[in-house]
Design a protein around this ligand. Structure first.
Ligand code: HAM
Length: 416
């Protein structure tokens, strides 16, 4: 038997119903905040991710699904969407016509991580990117939107962690300092950790190795201590706006995030309901990325969130599947075609959900199915009553039954 690939999921209607619901809320939320949807391809040139996410990050080093196509072109399933949005923005040279571009997206991303609860190989992200503003107000808008999305879905126990990575050369200075500190303890590092220490010491900050975490706790410098006066002003302005918007946050001076393109503000929203994979979403400012990828120097800020993690935090029990408003029961096979026609008429006139049994089942099993589908009404087609052009309609809440003539069926439901 051929099975799905580890870390991917088949989503059946009981789950997709909930996802559609979430997406509708998100679409509306984004619309009222002035963000329009962007859809980019799910695969891109590998080079895009090397040059944005960063060559020495975990994502690029070991988690990308990459292949060489028939034209010898290296392609990659997107591990995240910011790079694609920036590529599309540059390709369209949008900064020439729009001082600010605000986009949101919802869709699958791919990372070859070890699957566990809240961590998949094909997962789904929604997120937003605002390209064009260098100001702290933009950071505040994005962080508050992330927070309000989780509030909209009724999620409690949220923590927003924010930090500043400063600009330009701060990461470099800090990396050097961190490397210097950690080199003193290099005897406890394994081979992979030593390579990280050499190539991208920042990645050791979220190492799973407890010994390294202990060393970091006691000895590591804070990136925040390296930022400039201007960076600090930006950060203080941001926290002032968040305070005035009543958005709670903690300043985590150790937060750096796992992608290379960030500068200044970074943030994550964490939920205690998620266990080990506790990040609901993460994001930050990337003021150099557009220029790095060939556009003009344009500042930008955004975040992305895991749909699966949102659903875990929402504690959904996926029970809304297969619901209908009206269930038409056929007592005899030859009535099925009438009920198909009647279903279509009701759907067209009233726009409600109508279900007709096409399995030629018994009255009893059709009734059982109507109950399972939570039908509000059942229409019974029976050749005896059809002779006088009437049908029986049962209100499943009140259990009352009424005989209704054919031409009154629509008006019966209109009045209900
Ligand atoms: P990220 O932190 O790599 O950032 O991913 C964002 C969110 O995607 C995570 O917080 C998590 O909820 C979800 N996620 C990531 N990997 C997985 C996985 N394997 N399984 C399930 N969920 C996952 C980014 O992707 C940046 N592009 C965010 C950003 C947008 N920064 C600026 N703009």
């Amino acid at each position: 038997m051929i099975k799905n690939i580890k870390g991917t999921k088949d989503l059946f209607p009981e789950v997709t119903c909930d996802i559609q619901d979430i997406e509708q809320h998100l679409n509306r939320f984004m619309h009222i905040h002035g963000y329009g949807e962007i859809r980019t391809p799910i695969f891109e040139s590998t080079e895009l991710f090397l040059r944005s996410v960063g060559e020495h990050t975990d994502i690029v080093n070991k988690e990308m699904y990459t292949w060489i196509d028939q034209n010898n072109h290296s392609l990659t399933l997107r591990p995240e969407m910011t790079a694609s949005v920036v590529r599309a923005y540059i390709q369209k040279q949008l900064w020439k016509t729009e001082p600010i571009s605000k986009f949101y997206y919802i869709g699958p991303s791919f990372r070859r991580e070890r699957p566990q609860k809240g961590r998949l190989r094909q997962f789904h992200q929604f997120g937003i990117e605002a390209l064009g503003s260098p100001y702290a107000e933009q950071d505040a808008e994005i962080i508050s939107m992330a927070y309000n999305i989780y509030k909209m879905f009724g999620i409690e126990n949220l923590t927003i962690k924010i930090n500043s990575l400063g600009s330009d050369d701060v990461r470099e200075k800090f990396s050097l300092e961190l490397k210097k500190t950690l080199l003193k303890f290099k005897s406890i590092f394994n081979e992979a950790e030593l390579i990280r220490l050499d190539k991208n010491p920042l990645r050791l900050l979220d190492s799973k190795n407890e010994k390294i975490q202990n060393i970091l706790e006691k000895n590591a410098p804070n990136i925040f201590d390296y930022i400039s006066k201007e960076d600090e002003k930006h950060f203080n302005h941001l926290t002032k706006i968040l305070d005035s918007m009543n958005i709670p946050y903690i300043h985590d001076q150790k937060l750096v995030r796992g992608l290379d393109y960030y500068n200044r503000t970074v943030f994550e929203v964490i939920s205690t309901d998620l266990g080990a994979q506790d990040a609901l979403c993460g994001g930050g400012r990337y003021d150099n990325l557009i220029e790095q990828l060939g556009g003009d120097k344009m500042p930008a800020m955004g975040f992305a969130a895991g749909m699966e993690r949102l659903m875990i935090a929402m504690k959904l029990n996926h029970e809304k599947t297969n619901y209908t408003d009206i269930y038409i029961i056929n007592l005899e096979e030859q009535l099925i075609e009438h009920s198909m026609k009647l279903s279509d008429d009701i759907r067209k006139d009233l726009g409600v959900a109508v279900y007709t049994d096409l399995l030629r089942r018994s009255l009893k099993s059709q009734m059982r199915h109507a109950n399972k589908m939570n039908a509000k009404f059942v229409i019974i087609l029976d050749s005896e009553t059809m002779k006088n052009k009437t049908v029986m309609i049962k209100n499943m809440d009140t259990k009352e039954q009424e005989s209704i003539s054919f031409n009154k069926i629509i008006s019966y439901f209109e009045s209900e």
